[in-house]
Design a protein around this ligand. Sequence first.
Ligand SMILES: [Zn+2]
Length: 428
Amino acid sequence: MKGTASFFQELRDYCESVALVDCHDHSGACGPKYTDAIAAIKSGYFNSDVLSASSDADIAILDDTSRSLDERWPILERAWKRTCHTGYAQVTRRVLKKFYDEDELTLEALERVQEKLLDLTDEAVYDGILEQAKIAVRLGDVWPDVKKIIDGTLKLTPRTRLVISLPGYHGIRGYDGVQGMVAPLGRTVTSLDEYLAACREIFEVQKKFGAVAFKDQSAYSRAIDYGNPTRAAAEEVFNWFMEDPRRNAGYPDQIRPLDDFLFHEFMRMARDMDLPVQIHTGHMAGVRNDIVKTNAAGLTKILELHRDVRFDIFHANWPYSADLLYLAKNFPNVTIDFCWANIIDPIYCQNMFKQALSCVPHGKIHGYGSDFGGSVDRAWAHAQIARDNIAIALSDMIDIGYLGLDDAKEVARGWLFENANAFFRLGL
Ligand SMILES: [Zn+2]
């Protein structure tokens, strides 16, 4: 993408020179080794747009690698013609051009791609692409085997710092779930107090391993407007399912007092451990989910109560930009994180970057997070799009006389690198 403002190119070149903090990534291992050209261009987020433009039946055929490219191409072509202009499709186009030297998606192009598919399990190739994207460090939400953290054998992918995945710890519904969460400690818990102590121990060991934040994406499975129930209400649910391991608390009403209570307890632990909390808000991966329950505005009571916890609110709250701009402007403990959003909707981000500059302290913006698992080819494309979006937004603001080029460069550097480096105390 190109801006039309006078200083676009100079600012874009500057953005290219700035290293990135990748504020959110899911790569537990280097990979994949692509074996199918259609999977190489379609899997990941773009699959959702292809499905949105076709059907479950079409996706089943496209994913059936026992069928030839020839046989599957008419279905992909039909969907591509309906969805080739989304942000996700921009990622596909850029991957095609950069890694396979193809300008257009055609059957012939796919056949050529098939002959030179990337092998991202090769750590040198993987890290080489991160180097080309100038991704200095990544915050990895990788759902690790906690036992490996305890015994020190967990290996992270290149340039990755761990974040602590929270949802499983407060989403417990039954005895087996509880014991599963604490299993790495090699003990059985029998009460809410013992469970809380075990969770704290597990979080502490991850911090000691190098974790730089907590991450919660419960918005996929519940509304994020947490209530503030009493310990007694939570303990009643906990004790009810613990006294009979065959019981499971029902979603959503029965489980809620315990889930909400634990979330508050974990916010207190985050405060005590001095780790920021990243929270998923807005759009959800895949198709068919309820967006209303994910609006960051639902977090207001949490943000207002836990003033000593630093919250990094994800995905620019797409499509509720106004609500997140409000929260970041009004709560000293809230930052905006554009991870994933830059490819969900590039134009939304360009507009929101401009609006954020004019209403939110610019030191509270984190501009990039790849949000892929593996697939550094796509993380590279995503980094390009994020730099485009920021350069377009800020050069437009220079053109209307809002700020000068030097100031715009400083803001861009903050959004791509400095703000996240300071916020997560990465010490880069
Ligand atoms: Zn994510």
